[in-house]
Design a binder for this molecule. Sequence first.
Ligand SMILES: Cc1cc2nc3c(=O)[nH]c(=O)nc-3n(C[C@H](O)[C@H](O)[C@H](O)COP(=O)(O)OP(=O)(O)OC[C@H]3O[C@@H](n4cnc5c(N)ncnc54)[C@H](O)[C@@H]3O)c2cc1C
Length: 415
Amino acid sequence: MTTSAHGNDYDIVIAGGGMIGTSLALALAPLGLRVAVVEAVAQRAVEQPSFDDRSTALSRSTQRMFEAMGLWEEIAAAATPIRSIHVSDQGRFGFSHIDAEEQGVEALGYVVINRVLGNVLQARLLGLDGVDVLCPARIVDIDLAPERASAVVEDNDDKCQTLTCRLLVAADGANSAVRDMMGISAQKTQYGQRAVIGNLLPENKIDHRAFERFTPQGPLAVLPVADDRAGFIWSVPEHDAERVLALDDEAFLSELQEEFGYRLGAFSHAGKRASYPLTLSKAVRLTATRSVLLGNAAHGLHPVSAQGFNLGMRDVAALCDCIADDRGDANSCDPGDEQLLQRYARWRRSDQKKLLRFTDSLVHLFGSSRRPLRTLRNIGMIGFDLIPGVRSVFAKHTMGLAGNLPRLSRGVPLK
Ligand SMILES: Cc1cc2nc3c(=O)[nH]c(=O)nc-3n(C[C@H](O)[C@H](O)[C@H](O)COP(=O)(O)OP(=O)(O)OC[C@H]3O[C@@H](n4cnc5c(N)ncnc54)[C@H](O)[C@@H]3O)c2cc1C
């Protein structure tokens, strides 16, 4: 555990130094606040659950955020632009697509490997003045009093210390223990599916194209990654997941190919595979006294829309906006002020609700073989391709550019 340069009193303590917690600490940097990040798993450890081998599609709004935070140049060096998205429904001839050029943008989004993103974010975090990183260490108890919150932090040798702060942020993921300690429950629905992820080499160049294929078993996304390889996220029924994971490379690629078809030619050279349970989750509240939920601690989505992290980044941007607006000068700012937190919660609820509903309905609409739903999705796909404007509204949502966006999501740096 790193020793604190500021004593044990902070403006903000962040529980969880994963994709969202680390991004929040970096986004807050210009505001001159004293921040501690408490992360349970050692940086660059193979078992780091957030910065692992998944490929994440970053939306335009997330890319703009990293740009405004002065991080994009480094991330871009390892990111692959998505120039078109191709959506198809297994067993149907039609397909829909969104094109970057048609939308007047250079890319609809960018794909980056989580581990690579983590290396960039964590390296920058360690160099920041005013931020202490306590890692590996975990928050094991909290107390939320009107004037100050406190968190008991335990390191790997079972040594404990107590941190106090004006705002405690729970960014400790879907099974957030800090959320439970805040007394906030989450509504959870299991999809009965697992996402099997990995990468492969397609015979034809993927050439900056992303594919979303809906099958009765679950959606299959294929994304462009470095070296002409393709990352895949294949949702398989929970009861079949173990069998699929145990297949040898040849049998695995053959099953995947059957689901995807030959749009990219034959698949070969399968990489390492891993799997994730898929759950829809929504915290019943976003805040408690001097505390707030962020990222997966607040909401968990099916990866079909590739939006969980992007949504969390808009949470980060909105919280930073609320704090920056309240700041006046750094000494008078109270980031845990009740009204500030209420303003944040009102702002974020509608974006979160809409995206959760949209993602969930995609899974159900396209996962069903019932005739009325098949008809509905055929009409939907035809309308999507033929009605001018529908595609650009959808593209705007996919790029994270819809609604009332905070400064950082618009690419405006915080000062
Ligand atoms: C297969 C798959 C593909 C996905 N693809 C995309 C995509 O393309 N685009 C997209 O936008 N999103 C995608 N997502 C969603 C995205 O991965 C998540 O939204 C994102 O990881 C959430 O980050 P987080 O920091 O909130 O939580 P996590 O990533 O779960 O991080 C939580 C961190 O908190 C730490 N922690 C836990 N408990 C404690 C404690 N008590 N004290 C201290 N630290 C603690 C953990 O060690 C971890 O580092 C995908 C998800 C899956 C499963």
